[in-house]
Each structure stands twice: as structure tokens, then as C-alpha cells.
Design a protein around this ligand. Structure first.
Ligand code: ZN
Length: 284
């Protein structure tokens, strides 16, 4: 029987994303506050299907909404690192990035008593030193890159990238990538945002978005005997009633069609057991 693993992951940003972009008016803040309402709905749905999931939580959320994150922790879900602020690593100096990493680790340790094993960068844009910093601070996996759809793979460092030259690929590292995709993320399809660099229309019909997401699983099922498929949700986005109906529908369909819902840490262990030497995406 095929092993088709599905990771439901939640980026528990609440107001941290908005603050990192400088949007701090009361209404902007209230959009993140909606996480307070959404999280219990999501936890109830996950518990009713007995599904373990992974939550990437900024330190800012942990320290601003302690009862909200305590409920996630009590639900038995894995908790990963998502910055302390929600600033994008690619915009920080190496020193700032390391401070951010350490402060986020401390917040998670206070919540769970353990260091996080996984990291997901805010807004999915790593800096040239992120992989080295994650290795230095004992992380087992990253989940911010898009090089594969159905399999984890080994991250690289020190790629040589120059406009007028072919790629020269750096070495694979022990840090595993648990890949994601903007096409499997609720934020761009659902969240309306009016920003200085343009409007994100969002508000897609939830049935259509879920049809895409279910078909992503069906393609894996048709063509692969083993795989890991990762979806990304934000409580303050997916938690609206009409979207919760569709999330529930997706869970029911995938369950019926053979998905095994696991945390990222479990999916990582399955990957390591299947590929002891790792999967490499170095070109050449
Ligand atoms: Zn985020």
C-alpha cells in the first residue's frame, strides 16, 4: 500500500505579519486578533479527526497570545520556529537574523520545554546564511523552499549564482527541506491586502481553492507510491466560516482517499527511513 503522507501546517502569525510591514492601525491589528477566534475552531476540527499537525509560531505570537498558543500545545501539535518578529530573513543582516533565531528559540522553549526541530521563514525568503544558522543552532529541517512537491530533499549552501554564468551548485547539507508552495497556501488565494506595491485581491471561492488542493493530492496518489504533501494555512485566514467548511471537506476527502496525516517531524523520520542518503536536487 502506498505511503501518502499529508502535513497540515499552520503559520500562527496573528498580528506579527502586519506589524512587521508597519501596518499597526487598530483595524490592521484586529485582522490578526481574529486568530483568537479561529484557533479554537481549527483545534476542534483537528481533534474531531484525530489529526496531528505542525504550527510555526513567531515568538511575538507566543508572548502576545499565551492562552491561544497554550491550547495549540495542549492539542499535542508540533511547534516550529517562525521568527520572533515576522521580519523576512532576506531583509536582515546575519547578526540580526541570528538574534531573531535565538529569541524565537527561547520563546518556544518557554512554551514547550524543548528546542524547536523545524524552521519556517516568515514570508518564505531565506537569506544566504539561513541554512548555516539553522545547522549551527541544531535544527533538523527547514520548510521555506519550493524545489519539490512530493518529497523532502537536502538543502544546499554556497550555490554560486551569477547572471551571466551557469549555476554552480553548492554542497548538500544535513538539513532537510520540507518543501512548500504558494499554490498550497491559503494566504494568496483568500486574504485581501492593499499594499504600497499593489493589491492582493484574495477572496477566492473556497470550493475552487480546495479543488486545486485536493487535485494536488490526487496527482501524487496516481503517480507516486510514496510522498509527503504539505499545505500551509494561517488561522486568521482559514478560520472564516465558509473556509472552515471547505477545510473540513478537504480533510474528509483526503482521509477517504488514503492520506496519512502526520506532523512534519514524523514526515521527516519517514523520509530518513526511506532515503538514508537523502534526496539531492543539485543540477548537473
Ligand atoms: Zn507567517
Amino acid at each position: 500500500m502506498a505511503d501518502l503522507f499529508v502535513c497540515l501546517t499552520f503559520d500562527h502569525d496573528n498580528v506579527s505579519g502586519s506589524i512587521s510591514r508597519g501596518a499597526v492601525t487598530p483595524t490592521a491589528i484586529s485582522r490578526g486578533d481574529f486568530g483568537i477566534v479561529a484557533v479554537p475552531r481549527i483545534l476542534k476540527l483537528l481533534a474531531s479527526h484525530d489529526i496531528p499537525t505542525t504550527w510555526f509560531i513567531p515568538g511575538h505570537t507566543i508572548e502576545s497570545y499565551p492562552s491561544c498558543v497554550a491550547a495549540v500545545q495542549r492539542g499535542g501539535h508540533e511547534i516550529g520556529h517562525h521568527g520572533w518578529t515576522h521580519r523576512v530573513p532576506a531583509t536582515l543582516s546575519p547578526e540580526e537574523e541570528e538574534r531573531e533565531l535565538l529569541r524565537g528559540i527561547e520563546s518556544i522553549e518557554r512554551l514547550t520545554g524543548q528546542r524547536p526541530r523545524g524552521y519556517r521563514s516568515p514570508a518564505w525568503d531565506l537569506s544566504p546564511v539561513t541554512i548555516e544558522l539553522l545547522l549551527k543552532h541544531g535544527f533538523a529541517y527547514d520548510s521555506s523552499m519550493m524545489g519539490h512537491d512530493y518529497s523532502p530533499y537536502q538543502t544546499r549552501t554556497a550555490d554560486h549564482v551569477a547572471l551571466l554564468e551557469p549555476m554552480r551548485f553548492g554542497a548538500d547539507t544535513p538539513l532537510v527541506e520540507m518543501p512548500i508552495s504558494w499554490s498550497l497556501d491559503d494566504f494568496p488565494v483568500f486574504e485581501y491586502a492593499n499594499r504600497p506595491n499593489g493589491i492582493l485581491p484574495g477572496n477566492m471561492n473556497a470550493r475552487l481553492a480546495v479543488e486545486n488542493w485536493i487535485n494536488e493530492f490526487r496527482y501524487m496518489k496516481k503517480h507516486e507510491s510514496w510522498g509527503v504533501l504539505t499545505y500551509t494555512f494561517h488561522p486568521h485566514v482559514i478560520g472564516r466560516g465558509h473556509r472552515m467548511f471547505m477545510l473540513e471537506h478537504m480533510i474528509e476527502v483526503l482521509k477517504t482517499e488514503g492520506a496519512k496525516f502526520v506532523t512534519m517531524e514524523t514526515a521527516l523520520a519517514e523520509y530518513r527511513a526511506r532515503y538514508p542518503h537523502g534526496v539531492s536536487l543539485r543540477g548537473g
